[in-house]
Design a protein around this ligand. Sequence first.
Ligand SMILES: Cc1cc2nc3c(=O)[nH]c(=O)nc-3n(C[C@H](O)[C@H](O)[C@H](O)COP(=O)(O)OP(=O)(O)OC[C@H]3O[C@@H](n4cnc5c(N)ncnc54)[C@H](O)[C@@H]3O)c2cc1C
Length: 330
Amino acid sequence: MDFALPDELRLLQETVREFVADAVTPRAAERDREAAFPADELRAAATLGLCGLMVPEEFGGNPVGSLGAVLVYEEVAAGSPALSVTLSVHNTLVCGAVATYGRPELQAELLPRLASGEILGAYALTEPGAGSDAAALTTRARRDGDHYVLDGRKIFVTHGDHAGLYIIFAVTDPEARTSRRISAFAVDRDTPGLTVPRREHKLGLRASEIAEVTLTDCRVPATRLLGNEGDGFGIAMALLDGGRIGIGAQAVGIARGAYDLARDTPGSGSNSAARSRTSRRSSGSSPTWPRGSTQLGSSCGGLRPCATKASHTPWLPRRPNSSPRKPPPS
Ligand SMILES: Cc1cc2nc3c(=O)[nH]c(=O)nc-3n(C[C@H](O)[C@H](O)[C@H](O)COP(=O)(O)OP(=O)(O)OC[C@H]3O[C@@H](n4cnc5c(N)ncnc54)[C@H](O)[C@@H]3O)c2cc1C
């Protein structure tokens, strides 16, 4: 298999790298110190088309496929892990959900707004009693005429206080077998009964807030159902398959950004490393590698296989049976 990047993805990678260096990296540390959401940087990213990576062109998107998205997440993470997490959730988990499982009218309504960055999408699966075991969630969605009424509490929702749209997973049939109990809904921020009571205090990745979202008698039109009733767990897992590749790419980007910073910081040992290599060449004797540079050298060696693995994963075939059914035509 040929893993060489096609020209258009190489161009994408270079364009995003330049954008990050100019518009993202300079404020990233300050944003993180102040736990300030990178709103200006997100707007600039949207202008570049980075909020529509999973949105078809007919809805104003800039579809680049899973590999293109992974390249974007890695490049952005090298400058700002927080912005990268936001782009990954918005594109892969939310735009991907609406573009794949939304009814045509819902796609026409939401995708242009998501792609332009007018609204930011969040993904609300986790609950206080449902983390690793996502199927244990208890948020309820009861059918009431042409609406569903949602009640429950979601936690750890990435950019939960900045989102305009939430993909919310809730139990529609408590009696059904585990894989058919849950449904997925696209819920607007301004829906009465949806509140964001608090943000978590974090030690790292501070510019990307995670927030609690509560739902109290929250009436959502039935047209906001993604896929069919009972498809929610399959949808959640299928989206997370893509999300995990994005997380891998972000980890590589963060490591690369840290490595570059250490290498370019005076006194980190990296400049001494260059000097040592020079002195080895000139004197023929073994260099005395400063401690920092030895660690940097071995870190860099470990980074390359990780980067290769993350960027090759989108080529892998999907697991069988991991995708729920597409929605019925409405
Ligand atoms: C920065 C950040 C952003 C996030 N963003 C989102 C988001 O946007 N949307 C969203 O829905 N969620 C989000 N989450 C939540 C995330 O998906 C959960 O944290 C994750 O699913 C783990 O759940 P938990 O934190 O409840 O840990 P737990 O499930 O309680 O796990 C705690 C520990 O126990 C271990 N463990 C769990 N079960 C078992 C078992 N059966 N046997 C042995 N060990 C076990 C786990 O491996 C882990 O080490 C985010 C979390 C973080 C930290």
